[in-house]
Design a protein around this ligand. Sequence first.
Ligand code: AMP
Ligand code: FES
Ligand code: ZN
Length: 302
Amino acid sequence: MKCRVCREPAVIEVRRHNAGFCHPCFVKHCRDQVKKTVDAYQMFSENERVLIAVSGGKDSLALWDILMHLGYNVDGLYIGLGIGDYSSESANYTRSFASSRRATLVEVDLPGTYGFDIASGSKAARRAPCSACGLSKRHLFNSEAARGGYDVLATGHNLDDEAAVLLGNVLRWDLAYLGRQHPVLEAGGGFVRKVKPLVRLAERETAAYCVLEGIDYIVEECPMSVGNRHLAYKGVLDDLEESSPGSKASFLFGYLERAAPLVAGVSAAEREALHPCPTCASPTVSEVCAFCKLVERATTKR
Ligand code: AMP
Ligand code: FES
Ligand code: ZN
């Protein structure tokens, strides 16, 4: 197979674009896809300060690399979740990437700062580990971005992630979640702007980008995510993509173009009810925010 752009031998085939790419043209293709996404959704400009949430995995490290190459002003944020070797290894990959690029890395250690890890927190709050983890990460992403005066918080969610989340939301017809599922969530009500610049790249492509560009990342999945529903939705969509390339992209982008505007009002109404949490000042619709409740439960001796 030849590269679609320059006709040199291809190193990767991207079936949904019906194309092969050589190394330099693939790297350029990935950066172009991100640039196109940032511009199309008006995610941020060169003058704004971007904080990228970095897990040490392929997606967020590829995103950090790509945004630096595109000339954006980006720092990283790593959250230590206290998940044994998995957390210490992912921290090491993140730190070594940051130091190799002389990039700024902000670190928050959940056990060190808040007194609990994901295993003990989820047990005390009777939540699934991924639910306690997701809640903690979302809270810290926002509070750290606000504290550091960043204009925008970026995550490494890719096409596969977003299509799987969409499938889960559609299976439950969860209109509030659907209303919030967008590559850009504008700032407001105490939330900083949140963006997902990788939505046009599949998992396989971010992995190939890292391998080709010599970016080392943690390959293991989080040991606590075994059996979670999100992985089952990904499996279903992988089968569909295999027999019909382009299914994931048409599912996600068809939704964003045609159906998302119809449900946007549901989450806009929710935002009206936000007020600052009396304990931590983060926006919430409850009396005390869900993160402060989790901290309280996880650190109260029984
Ligand atoms: P996940 O929820 O693990 O699928 O990760 C989705 C995105 O959240 C990643 O692409 C990162 O941008 C961010 N993220 C996940 N884990 C961490 C972490 N420990 N610290 C900072 N950001 C993270
Ligand atoms: Fe959050 Fe695994 S990374 S439970
Ligand atoms: Zn709070």
